[in-house]
Design a protein around this ligand. Structure first.
Ligand code: AMP
Ligand code: MG
Length: 330
């Protein structure tokens, strides 16, 4: 099987980070600190990035990692208590961890993209994490601009939203050309992932962010309606949304920049792992104009505008509907 070592290491690293994130939340240490860009970060974001970068550095020493967090803030004197907490938390999983090691591992996640590199969001949906809702750990391997391996860890996501008794905590894993699979928190395989086909059309559903400011709910819901979606939208934080489409609980996810965020470019770590999971489950992902996502532009999708992720069946229709609504707005 292709990329077997990469997939195994990525899954193990994400699983270890998921344990840490769940422990930090259970111990009520998941309060947010505001970063200079006003986005939130917690000790679990740093702990997760440190643990994953440590494992990747050991297994694939030549691979750069383009991650969300940066060790600069963590080294500031007023962050000393936070650094000490991160060090203590990671030490429970990696005995002998020092604050110097934390800085080194987190810092390793600020690499440059290359012909082959990893991209990491140690906690995607930090606002959901702090609120007690969904969040994800996202790790992907990109080679020649194509996402080859993706792991989306969703520790708080039910195995089946319709049957919450069936347990909670899943990993969505895909290797390009080899399909996508869902694993349980103990890493036992649950099942292959497959999007809904046209026979389920009457029940197709939009999935969108809980945080209204991260999208344009009115425009998203109007576009969904234009392609015949009648069900109420399903709201969840993080790129677990890609997993929800991959396993048939949702069918369409739109991220359409507008207003003061019109020129915002998406970060690669917020999408890469979800893209390969969804594509390997039979879905489709593009930007709002139907162009493929370009992962060769550094840490952002600088050449793309917005994101359209779908079960594939309604992809062309939704792109047409978005183009028509953009033309009508001019
Ligand atoms: P979600 O859980 O889907 O709301 O997405 C969380 C992600 O939203 C974070 O990783 C942020 O990078 C991203 N984000 C923050 N602000 C915005 C914004 N104004 N527009 C789109 N995405 C945003
Ligand atoms: Mg994120």
């Amino acid at each position: 099987m292709a990329y077997e070592k990469e997939q195994q290491i990525a899954l193990q690293a994400a699983a270890a980070a998921a344990q840490l994130c769940e422990k930090v939340r259970a111990e009520k240490l998941s309060n947010a600190i505001e970063k200079p860009d006003e986005s939130p970060v917690t000790i679990a974001d740093y702990g997760s990035q440190a643990m994953i970068c440590r494992v990747l550095a050991e297994a694939f020493p030549d691979d750069p990692i383009v991650g969300e967090e940066d060790a600069t803030l963590l080294q500031k004197p007023d962050m000393a208590a936070c650094l000490a907490q991160v060090t203590e938390m990671v030490s429970e999983y990696v005995p002998g961890t020092t604050s110097e090691k934390i800085i080194e591992w987190v810092g390793r996640g600020k690499g440059e993209s290359a012909q082959r590199f990893w991209t990491l969001d140690p906690i995607d949906g930090t606002k959901g994490y702090v609120r007690g809702d969904q969040y994800a750990i996202a790790l992907a391997l990109i080679e020649d601009g194509e996402v080859k391996v993706g792991v989306v860890g969703s520790p708080a996501m039910p195995v089946d939203f319709a049957n919450p008794e069936a347990g909670r905590g899943v990993f969505f894993v895909a290797v390009r050309g080899e399909g996508a699979k869902m694993y349980a928190m103990d890493l036992k395989p649950i099942r292959d992932l497959k999007v809904n086909d046209a026979s389920k059309k009457a029940d197709f559903r939009l999935v969108q962010s809980v945080e209204k400011a991260h999208g344009t709910p009115t425009e998203q819901e109007a576009a969904a309606k234009a392609v015949g979606i009648t069900a109420d939208p399903f709201c969840m934080d993080s790129l677990g949304k890609y997993g929800a489409i991959a396993r048939g609980e949702a069918d369409l996810y739109l991220r359409l920049p507008s207003g003061k965020y019109l020129n915002r470019k998406e970060n690669i770590w917020d999408h890469a792992a979800g893209v390969v999971v969804l594509e390997e489950a039979g879905g489709k992902v593009s930007d709002r104009h139907g162009n493929p996502l370009d992962f060769t532009q550094g840490s952002t999708l600088a050449k793309n505008t917005g994101i359209v992720a779908s079960n594939g069946v309604l992809h062309d229709d939704i792109i047409q509907a978005l183009e028509a609504s953009a033309a009508a707005a001019v």
